[in-house]
Design a protein around this ligand. Sequence first.
Ligand SMILES: NC(=O)c1ccc[n+]([C@@H]2O[C@H](COP(=O)([O-])OP(=O)(O)OC[C@H]3O[C@@H](n4cnc5c(N)ncnc54)[C@H](O)[C@@H]3O)[C@@H](O)[C@H]2O)c1
Length: 434
Amino acid sequence: MNIAVIGGGYVGVTTSVAFAHSGHRVYLVDNNPHKLAHLSNAQLPFYEEGVKALLQTHVDSGNLTITDDLTATLHHSSIVFITVGTPSQANGQADLSFVNAVARQIGQTMQNEQTIVIKSTVPVGTGKRVKEIIAMELTRRNVDIPFEIVSNPEFLREGKALYDALYPNRIVIGYDSKKAKAVMEQLYNDTNDSILFTSINNAEMIKYASNAFLATKISFVNELARLCERVDADITVVTEGMGQDKRISPLFLQAGVGYGGSCFPKDLQALQQIGQKYGTPMTILQAVENVNHTQVNWFLDKVSQRLGSLHNKHITLLGLAFKPGTDDIRSAPSILVISQLLAQEVQVTVYDPQATSHIKKRFPTIHCATTPLEALHDAHAAILVTEWPEIVNIDWKQAKSFMKESNLFDGRNALSPHYMKQLGFHYEGVGIHG
Ligand SMILES: NC(=O)c1ccc[n+]([C@@H]2O[C@H](COP(=O)([O-])OP(=O)(O)OC[C@H]3O[C@@H](n4cnc5c(N)ncnc54)[C@H](O)[C@@H]3O)[C@@H](O)[C@H]2O)c1
């Protein structure tokens, strides 16, 4: 099929590459000249394992065209995916200006029948609104071109984006006409994965509900971890026991310094705003956010209690990205950790295999090391913030010999407390300090 993808960010690029890989002819449209220049040379504006190589392959093969020409693209395509950003506004509502602008552009320029698929994460009712905008533009042009609206929310995980796009673990399709359903069935006809066909409103809600529930699991466990420390229990064992119950599942039960990234914080805010708009306050989500907002400070209290005044102390952060496998630092806990340490005049050194260039723009005074051992040189304490394999698998014996004081604070419970203590570290994790 001939597919247009509008918005060349994490989701748009990965989606385009995956469709091209499945044999479709894909046109990826972005309006940011800087991004376009990168993508046209098969350079990614972000780090995501495997995507760059496949982008290069399909740009070279001619299966994937990178362009800023939406009009020509619509002429070539019959399915249009909208993958532009939906960031938070100051009040927490999803900013739909990019989605609405694309809808207007489609209505102003389309010449042939289109199925318009919203992949961006959008509040319930957006599909209906996009339909109205396009219909309004067609009326203004005095033309009658048929079009369908579909909601197909994206569930890919950064760090595993390509795998998830190629082998999605579920596909949700919201539609309101037989024609739209038939187009989507044809598009996904070679997938073995389960497809849920439902209404557009349901599909829009499923995306927010999923992210909100995962964030809830994390905050629940983080709050439980605080209690575990008080009652001399170990959160890793408690969650292991909980996870053995199939109804609970062991996934997303790892205690740590909190969630971050481009989705959970903004989607939680957006769902709360939707609740407010419809007179149904999302009280659980307020608590989820509250735990997450206070988790970094709760963890940093351990550092202060151990080191006393942090003034002029040298502290190393191991990991900056909001999770391993990505260079994304949007709303990453590392940002709050660094801000809090700098406020106490700590000398901060950081190491991350992919994200240091982004953090340097935000905090120009911090020292960015190129290896974990260099980062740990002369440190009074290390804080593990992101559990990259290259951090977890440091030669910790050697690391200890590089440090001024052997204080190790594991913000992801990624290391063996027993082994670290055996090596002579003063080790503290999250909810496991008896
Ligand atoms: N990043 C994720 O892991 C993830 C996962 C699932 C869902 N989502 C959702 O997918 C959507 C996109 O997320 P992202 O992280 O890819 O966003 P992003 O900000 O990385 O990328 C959006 C892109 O859209 C482009 N754009 C904006 N307006 C445009 C226009 N009029 N024409 C052409 N291009 C335009 C921007 O230049 C940018 O390159 C969001 O709604 C997000 O919530 C993201």
